[in-house]
Design a protein around this ligand. Structure first.
Ligand SMILES: Nc1ncnc2c1ncn2[C@@H]1O[C@H](COP(=O)(O)OP(=O)(O)OP(=O)(O)O)[C@@H](O)[C@H]1O
Ligand SMILES: O=P(O)(O)OC[C@H]1O[C@H](OP(=O)(O)OP(=O)(O)O)[C@H](O)[C@@H]1O
Length: 212
């Protein structure tokens, strides 16, 4: 049976491809080429390289059977997929941050929050009754409070270096994030044996990861 695996380009993809190759599959993948589809003909497995934020779309629509995506993207999209395995790569947290020493959580006024994750942000502040205006950005989120576009940001923090370099600090941690192996729901029913083999392979290369 054929299997299609969606891999995000960038920081997660590079590590995932190394794991696949160490586990003996994905030999056809050449990250340096501009090609986006690779096939290991002998085992009938195809790999497609996508933007991190598009992996879920290909899996939900059944174009890819399984794939790798950051938990942040899964939460943001409210993805209708099956979570197979929580990986040990892409570990970071999602936090509320702002200008160092100027923590502002105002009950009386509407707080301006800049983020790449409007849905997560809305739910989080709604649940605590904090009124906010969301400013959707696509990157360099840390700029927003420095330049006065927002009061705070909701963003990914790993080492904390980007916050520190820009005079910001974490005000509140929201969620732990890591990469997840995910599956199309129907694929998981009909290709369970093949999918489980791939999960086992990745688990073997990612020993500290945890079942979800
Ligand atoms: N600094 C970081 N350290 C560790 N993991 C991170 C970091 N930033 C993001 N991640 C995780 O890695 C995933 C991929 O991040 P990456 O920056 O490659 O793509 P992206 O910019 O979020 O998405 P897209 O390419 O679609 O714009 C994120 O969804 C998140 O789970
Ligand atoms: O805590 P740190 O280790 O500094 O990592 C956090 C930074 O990494 C991510 O940005 P990314 O590199 O993806 O850039 P962009 O979102 O601004 O494009 C995130 O949005 C933070 O800016």
């Amino acid at each position: 049976m054929s299997l299609t695996i969606a891999i995000p380009k960038g920081r997660l993809g590079t590590q995932a491809i190394q794991m696949f190759k160490a586990g003996g599959i994905g030999e056809s993948i050449d990250e340096k080429s501009r090609k986006l589809v690779f096939k290991d003909e002998d085992i009938n497995i195809s790999f497609i390289l996508l933007k991190n934020s598009d992996v879920i779309t290909y899996i939900e629509n059944g174009i890819a059977d399984i794939g790798i995506s950051g938990k942040d993207m899964i939460m943001e999209k409210g993805a209708d997929i099956f979570e197979l395995y929580q990986m040990n790569i892409g570990r970071c947290k999602m936090s509320v941050a702002g200008i160092k020493g100027k923590k502002v959580f105002k009950d009386d006024t509407i707080m301006r929050v800049a983020t790449k994750f409007p849905e997560i942000t809305k739910k989080y502040f709604d649940s605590r009754g904090q009124r906010i205006n969301i400013i959707k950005l696509n990157g360099s989120i840390e700029l927003a409070p420095i330049l006065g576009l927002s009061d705070v940001i909701v963003d990914i923090v790993e080492t904390g270096n980007t916050l520190k370099a820009n005079g910001l600090e974490v005000f509140e941690d929201m969620y732990h994030i890591s990469a997840m192996m995910i599956s199309n729901r129907i694929s998981y029913k009909f290709k369970r044996k093949e999918i489980k083999k791939i999960v086992e392979l990745i688990r073997g290369e990612d020993e500290d990861g945890q079942d979800n």
